[in-house]
Design a protein around this ligand. Structure first.
Ligand code: GRF
Length: 211
């Protein structure tokens, strides 16, 4: 796959790095061709540059009120780099609908909880882990799913679970989950790019193998 990774301003880029490493070590058949950020200062973008990957900033602020123009700026970049798989890794906005339409079942996202629990608009970062602890649940985890036009609702591809301990804080939970996120994302890209899929629950058949 020819991959683009999308990150927001706050992203550290550890999931992006996991994908870069997996490509480099040929654990997934792919190449990260471009990393697209929403803000120039994102630590993830520095990391991407250091890894020799092309970096572009497309600021949604600049396109405020013009979602279509924002979408087209992104689509132009995706075409220019001949992208056939988009991986959201700490991209906190809703992906514009034209991109979801153009990349049907070719956009993945990672969420730091076991969806459909603890997802939705505004549920990201520390807030997710706070809600998990508050709920009293004894397990949590991460989810890699296809992106549709809503927040965290698309068909699920991979989940990995970890225990929640009584002494856990949002920070300890997030830290213990992160390596599982990296494994889950690499596994999800491998699954999506190496075989035909039947996504159960939603009765979706993806007959769209990668060359
Ligand atoms: C991860 O926790 C991911 O689940 C969420 O944003 C965070 C990004 O972390 N969507 P990183 O930038 O990949 O380290």
């Amino acid at each position: 796959a020819q991959i683009a990774v999308f990150v927001s301003g706050e992203a550290r880029g550890s999931n992006m790095q996991a994908l870069l490493d997996a490509c480099m070590e040929q654990r997934i058949k792919g190449e990260v061709r471009v990393v697209i950020g929403t803000r120039a200062e994102a630590p993830a973008l520095t990391r991407a540059r250091e890894a020799g990957v092309a970096v572009h900033v497309v600021s949604p602020k600049k396109y405020e009120g013009q979602e279509e123009a924002y979408a087209h700026a992104l689509l132009r970049l995706l075409r220019r780099y001949e992208i056939n798989l988009v991986c959201l890794a700490g991209y906190l906005l809703r992906l514009p609908a034209p991109i979801v339409a153009a990349y049907s079942y070719r956009v993945l996202n990672i969420h730091p909880a076991l969806l459909p629990l603890f997802g939705g608009k505004g549920m990201y970062g520390r807030r997710v882990h706070e809600a998990v602890i508050e709920s009293g649940m004894k397990v949590t985890g991460c989810t890699v799913h296809f992106v549709d036009n809503d927040y965290d609702t698309g068909p699920i591809l991979v989940q990995r679970a970890i225990p929640v301990f009584d002494e856990d804080t949002p920070e300890t939970l997030a830290a213990r989950l992160l390596p599982e996120e990296h494994r889950a994302y690499v596994e999800a890209v491998d699954i999506r790019t190496s075989r035909w899929l039947c996504v159960k629950g939603r009765r979706v058949l993806v007959y769209d193998p990668f060359k």
